[in-house]
Design a binder for this molecule. Sequence first.
Ligand code: SAH
Length: 257
Amino acid sequence: MNTLADIRIVLDHTSHPGNIGAAARAMKTMGLVDLHLVEPGSFPNAQATALASSADDLLDRARIHSTLSQALEGCTLVLGTSARRRSVAQERLEPRQAANRALAEPGQVAIVFGCEKSGLDNAALDRCHALVSIPTGVDYMSLNLSQAVQVLCYELHLAARDARSTHAEEVRALATAERMEVFFERLERTLAAVGFSTPGQTETLHRRMRRLFQRARLDDDELNMLNGMLSRTLKLAASHDHPQTRPHEQQDPQSDG
Ligand code: SAH
C-alpha cells in the first residue's frame, strides 16, 4: 500500500519552464513531493520559480535525468498520460482508476507526462504499463501540461484520503452485532419507559432507530456511552413511577427531603 510520497511525477522533455513551476505547485497543493525532470528545455529558470510560488522547494529537490530510463529507476508501475488514442492496444485508465492503482501498488510508481508539442513519443509509451487519459470534450482533448498534472494529483490526493479514512474505520473497534442487539433491546425498553413510543407506532419507530444507529457504525466506547445513558434513563423512569424508591433517597438515608 503506497502513500503519496511513493509516487513520482515525471515530466519528459518539458519545453516551457513555466509549466515545470506550475506542475510543482499542482503537486504540492495535493501532497505530492517527488518531481523528476527528463531533459527539461530550461531548468532551473526564473519562470519556473515564479509559477511554483510556495512550491519552489519541490523545484530545489527535483531530480534531473538525461534519459527516461533513469527517471523510472526503481519503479514497479509506470503510468503514461496521453490525450490521444494509440494504434497499439494498451490498457487505458481514467485518472480515478489510475490513482487507485497507484496507491494499491506495493512498489514505487511513476506517472509520466509528455512534452507540450507532441506528448510522449512511442519509445516512452512503450515503457508504460497503462495509459491514463483525462476525459475531455470531443473538439479539443489536449490540456495544458500542468493542468493535466493537477487533475492526476487531485485524484491521487482523494484516493489517499479515502484509503486513510477506510483504514481509520478498520482500526476502530466497531461494536459487534450481538452488542448492538442488546443496545436496541435496551433502547426499545427505554423509549417505552419514558412514554416516547406508543404501542401502535413502535415497530416503525424501532426500525428507524435501528437504521439511524447502524448507519453511525458505533464503536465500543460510543456504545458504552449510549448504554450508560439508557441505563440512567431507565433508572430515573422507574423511580418516577415509584417515587418512594427514588435513587437519591436510597443513596442518602440522612436526607430530610
Ligand atoms: N499535442 C500533444 C499534447 C501534449 S499536452 C498531443 O497531442 O499529445 C502535454 C502533456 O499533457 C501530454 O503529454 C500529457 O502528459 C498531458 N495531457 C494533456 N491532455 C491530456 C489528457 N486529456 N489526458 C491525459 N494527459 C493529458
